[in-house]
Ligand binder design. Structure first.
Ligand code: UGA
Length: 430
């Protein structure tokens, strides 16, 4: 099949390369020329394990193309995927201006029947909106259909998630249209669910909101564990063995960040309000999440006292491991508070430092965790990169001025770390 993908962010790029790898002819379009030029030179705009190799392979095989020419790409495509950004407005509402721009671009180029697929995370009713924009602006009198096919990939494991998703959701106006999408996904061999367009749009938000709820829930339990002297890791394990609950997304810590959960939950609160429903549960999920960083900083201040002049070493800057994405990263919040209180911050992240430098210029960036530890009064773990679990802790201890660890992601064993001679504090564990 000939496919056009509009937008080369996480979702667009991964969608494009996966469909190319499955044997389709794919053109990924973006209006940012520098991005397209770089992609044509094999330079990826994001760090994502396995992405570069897969892109290169499909470019060499002439199945994957990068272009700024939306017109040409739409004209030859049977299916057009809209994968543009949907950032939040100040009031939590989703800004659909990029989606609208893409729909207008399609309208000016559509020259025969095509299926237009919304893959971006968009509020319920956006399928109707896209249809109206194309109807109003189309220059040829041709028919088309609009489908909702939300993406569930996670940053850091995007390729694996897209190749082997738990489910594929196709919200289509008719069975015939759904079948066309089924054909496209058939080789992946994963469960597929066909729904109406509205339901598919809501499935995406409901899924993200449910996962965020698990995180805020376990974080609230972690606070109780701290007060009661219990261990949240054991509590989560014990709870998660119930197959109705499951172990996933019960890691207590600094709360959820990134480009999806915070904005999607706000968007769902806003959508609910539009329909006259006060989604109190979601508001509480956001409130609990907001308290995580101040709570953690309180623990640090309580244990090491006056921060002025103290050297704090930070391990991990990206919003989660295996990505260089700094959007809504807890590191930014925490470091800014510590800097304001007069601390000196040294930091290391395996891949996010270039992006972090633009947001956190006052930090001293280090080549590795050992350099971070040199002369530090405390180490603060913000992102649970695997390599931090494998450090030579004896060496770290000897390099530090005062061996104290504040583990915001519970990556170290408390007893063992204390036995090594560290003062050790984590989340919801004695
Ligand atoms: C999330 C969803 O997991 C994807 O299914 C979805 O497609 C994506 O949003 C999206 O809407 O595009 P992502 O934001 O990449 O993916 O990352 P997650 O792995 O879900 O983590 C989100 C945040 O929750 C991170 O800050 C992470 O540190 C935090 N988290 C996750 C916890 O604090 N505890 C956990 O147990 C799990």
């Amino acid at each position: 099949m000939n496919i056009c993908v509009i937008g080369t962010g996480y979702v667009g790029l991964v969608t494009g390369v996966i469909f190319a790898d499955l044997g389709n002819d794919v053109t990924c379009v973006d209006k940012i020329k520098e991005k397209i030029d770089s992609l044509n030179k094999g330079i990826m705009p994001i760090y994502e394990p396995g992405l570069e190799e897969m892109v290169k392979r499909n470019v060499v095989d002439n199945r994957l193309f990068f272009s700024t020419d939306l017109h040409g790409a739409v004209e030859k495509a049977e299916i057009i995927f809209i994968c543009v950004g949907t950032p939040p407005k100040d009031n939590g509402e989703t800004d659909l201006s990029y989606v609208e721009g893409a729909a207008k671009g399609i309208a000016k180029s559509i020259n025969g029947y095509k299926i237009v697929v919304n893959k971006s995370t968009v509020p319920v009713g956006t399928g109707d909106f896209v249809r109206k924009v194309i109807e109003k602006n189309k220059i040829h009198n041709t028919d088309f259909d609009v489908v909702s096919n939300p993406e569930f990939l996670r940053e850091g494991s995007a390729i694996a998630d897209a190749l082997s998703p738990d489910r594929i959701i196709i919200g289509a106006p008719t069975k015939q249209v759904a079948v066309k999408l089924l054909e496209l996904y058939a080789t992946i061999g994963r469960p597929m669910l066909i729904t109406d367009v509205y339901s598919a749009e809501i499935i995406k938000y409901a899924s993200n909101a449910f996962l965020a709820m698990k995180i805020s829930f376990i974080n609230a339990i972690a606070d109780i564990c701290e007060l009661a002297g219990a261990n949240v890791t054991d509590v989560a394990k014990g709870v998660g063995y119930d197959s109705r609950i499951g172990q996933a997304f019960l890691n207590a810590g600094l709360g959820f960040g990134g480009s999806c959960f915070p904005k999607d939950i706000q968007s769902l609160v806003h959508t609910a309000e539009k329909f006259g429903y006060n989604f109190k549960l979601l508001k509480s999920i956001l409130d609990i999440n907001k308290e995580r960083v101040p709570h953690f900083v309180e623990i640090i201040k309580d244990k090491i006292g006056e921060l002025k002049g103290k050297i704090i070493g930070v391990l991990g800057l990206s919003f989660k491991p295996d990505t260089d994405d700094m959007r809504d990263a807890k590191s930014v919040e925490i470091i800014n508070i510590l800097l304001n209180e007069g601390a000196v911050i040294k930091a290391y992240d395996p891949v996010a430092m270039e992006n972090a430098k633009k947001i956190l210029p006052a930090v001293k960036y280090c080549a590795n965790a050992y350099e971070v530890s040199e002369g530090a009064d405390a180490i603060v773990v913000i992102t649970e990169w695997r390599e931090f679990k494998l450090l030579n802790m004896e060496r770290i201890k000897n390099l530090m001025r005062k061996p104290a660890i504040f583990d915001g992601r519970n990556i170290y064993d408390a007893e063992r770390t204390r036995k090594m001679g560290f003062e050790y504090y984590s989340i919801g564990r004695p």
